[in-house]
Design a protein around this ligand. Sequence first.
Ligand SMILES: Nc1ncnc2c1ncn2[C@@H]1O[C@H](COP(=O)(O)OP(=O)(O)O)[C@@H](O)[C@H]1O
Ligand SMILES: [Mg+2]
Length: 293
Amino acid sequence: MTAEPVLTVEDLTVVYETEEPITAVKHADLTLHRGEILGLAGESGCGKTTLAYAVNRLHRPPARIASGRIIFHGDQGDIDILALEDAGLRAFRWERLSMVFQGAMNALNPVTTVRAQLKDTLLAHRPRMSRKEIRERSEDVLTRVGVDPRRLGSYPHELSGGMRQRVMIAMAMLLEPQIMIMDEPTTALDVVVQRDILREIVRLRDELDFAVIFITHDLPLLLEISDRIAVMLEGEIVELEAADRLYRDAQHPYTRKLLGSFPSLSGERGAFIRTGIDETSADEISETAEERA
Ligand SMILES: Nc1ncnc2c1ncn2[C@@H]1O[C@H](COP(=O)(O)OP(=O)(O)O)[C@@H](O)[C@H]1O
Ligand SMILES: [Mg+2]
């Protein structure tokens, strides 16, 4: 990780223009560095998903961006995400920035195989890719997220929840974006599968050096995997700090309250992932059991 920014969010405000307008994101500032895992924490309803959608330009009415700038700092210069036209936006998504949605594991198309879904995404962006290249890339991303490439022929209902979520992460990695936004990617999964997938995400980041915005209300989990953590409260980012610093020396009263509300948060930061590594075989057994279920 370097301190070079890959994404800058400035003064972002998002309003739901409902009968009683709701300002879900209020003048948010955020910088994402190349290759870092930035955790976005905060309780349900504080605006995390709204912020993620806006960064992806996926917000739809009644949501409206009332202020702000979102800049992607690419190798070929800056891209003003809010100014992108449709074609530019289509090229941008998945290629530069991809998203794993909240509840994504249920978002796979039920009537097509994993192979077809990966292929469609690849061809939409790289129409000249050969069959062989498509096969190789598809096998490669599945292997990277820990799914046997023989699963390419499977339909979503033939996969466990954990595997479906891994496929979604594979899909998000497919075009080698510099940024992946993951919105509660493991919340619906049991703890062991969750830990396994998290470890995978950290490892992939180490290997491939993409940046991640990892969203969850689960602060202990973020403390384990994040380089820095942003804490959101009622639409505002109230604190943004290195994870260990935040753990030791939170400045904002709300962050301290949040830290205090997790009794499990005792002991050394980092235990979660390390414990996981020692329990690899247990994880494998559990994943297999889940597969059979
Ligand atoms: N489509 C919508 N229309 C109106 N209000 C919405 C809509 N989606 C979310 N909100 C409101 O915006 C606020 C932030 O929601 P959200 O971004 O989903 O929070 P989080 O992801 O942190 O749980 C909440 O008050 C929520 O009720
Ligand atoms: Mg959400």
